[in-house]
Design a protein around this ligand. Structure first.
Ligand SMILES: NC(=O)c1ccc[n+]([C@@H]2O[C@H](COP(=O)([O-])OP(=O)(O)OC[C@H]3O[C@@H](n4cnc5c(N)ncnc54)[C@H](OP(=O)(O)O)[C@@H]3O)[C@@H](O)[C@H]2O)c1
Length: 334
């Protein structure tokens, strides 16, 4: 028996200050339409970009309110009359807006089947597939190359490290604490740089004088500049994000245009935004689930517990504090 109402987190107005934008509302839980399924949320994934979603950057032209939360995993509790691919009791994940809700109703083609509704499987949905597509498709990852991952112990960084290792590369990862460094070593990272203890540029120059072949870059600012400066000839830098500027105005920089550096090394910068690769997600997700189930891929989940709609803003702020390690999740019914 389903409840008549459920609670969800919406942006009542747009702001990158997530807590200020977020409002908890109660909504009617309607039966799914013919092609829809209703899913009871077990875990919602927290993403750095939640603050961009609450700022309205993901829905250009739209007006608030919008539903917040980018992904969830849970159990199907009702199916529309034309749905054939899912039945009540199946575990599914979704990566469309509205993940911070007790129940989610989506068109069945926007749901992906998963073997279990766990935080680990959830971590593969956005964080894992971004790493897979960012490295393999956009980054044209090869083997026997040097791969540098920034924010390497984070939600997506951890998968970039492991996938680059699985492909037979030498992997360097940056992070900010000894605990994260330990996690990275355990994930197989060959050279961990705790940037609070060592200067990233100096380490790269001294230990990788030929430069880095492929960079998975999520931080931006000075670290981005350092990565560009240390690209190898024909190096590729995949821009995954620039978290250091999500909560502040863009830093204005005056320096020679970047074509000097890039041309002198035949190097390239490539942006990768998951929404533009959405058709490739189910295939990459299935591949990641296979690796995870076979024990070839670990999925680190942060140890801090956040529960329900009330603690969503706490979880988003925790991720942006820089202290989290692995995937941050909010527990709804797990
Ligand atoms: N392009 C896409 O489609 C896509 C998809 C998913 C994620 N992303 C991007 O990937 C990056 C990581 O996202 P995530 O959700 O997986 O987060 P996360 O890595 O789990 O958490 C953020 C981490 O970034 C590092 N960081 C560096 N400078 C920071 C700063 N100024 N403020 C806060 N954290 C800082 C911190 O680790 P250390 O300082 O210890 O390294 C922090 O733990 C973000 O840029 C995000 O936008 C992009």
């Amino acid at each position: 028996m389903l409840p008549k109402t459920y609670r969800k987190v919406i942006a009542s107005h747009f702001s990158s200050h997530f807590r200020e934008a977020a409002t908890i509302v109660e909504a009617e839980l309607l039966p799914p339409a013919a092609h829809e399924i209703t899913v009871r949320n077990h875990y919602a994934g927290v993403n750095a970009t939640d603050v961009n979603i609450s700022a309205g950057s993901y829905t250009p032209g739209s007006q608030p309110p919008i539903d917040l939360g980018a992904e969830m995993v849970g159990e199907v509790v009702a199916v529309g009359e034309k749905v054939t691919e899912f039945k009540v009791g199946d575990y599914v994940t979704t990566n469309s807006l509205g993940g911070y809700a007790e129940y989610v109703t989506v068109r069945s083609r926007y749901a992906m089947p998963v073997p279990e509704a766990t935080p680990e499987v959830l971590s593969l949905v956005i964080s894992g597939t971004t790493a897979a597509i960012g490295l393999k498709v956009t980054g044209e990852m090869r083997t026997n190359e040097t791969v540098l991952v920034t924010a390497a112990a984070g939600g997506t960084g951890q998968f970039a490290v492991q996938l680059a290792k699985l492909a037979g590369n030498q992997v360097i990862g940056t992070c900010s604490s000894e605990d994260k460094a330990e996690l990275l070593r355990q994930l197989g990272c060959d050279r961990v740089i705790n940037y609070r203890q060592e200067d990233v540029g100096a380490v790269l120059k001294a230990e990788y004088p030929r430069g880095v072949d492929l960079v998975y870059e999520s931080v931006g600012g000075q670290l981005f500049d350092t990565c560009v400066d240390n690209l190898a000839v024909r190096g590729r830098l995949v821009i995954i994000g620039y978290i250091s500027e999500y909560l502040s105005a863009p830093e204005m920089v005056t320096r020679p245009r970047i074509y000097r550096t890039l041309l002198s090394k035949s190097a390239t910068l490539r942006g990768m935004f998951l929404l533009h690769f959405i058709k490739q997600v189910p295939e990459q997700m299935a591949e990641l689930v296979k690796l995870y189930t076979a024990g070839k891929l670990q999925a680190a989940v942060d140890g801090r517990t956040f529960r329900g709609v009330e603690q969503v803003a706490d979880a988003v702020e925790y991720l942006h504090s820089g202290r989290s390690s692995g995937k941050v999740v909010v527990t709804f019914a797990g």
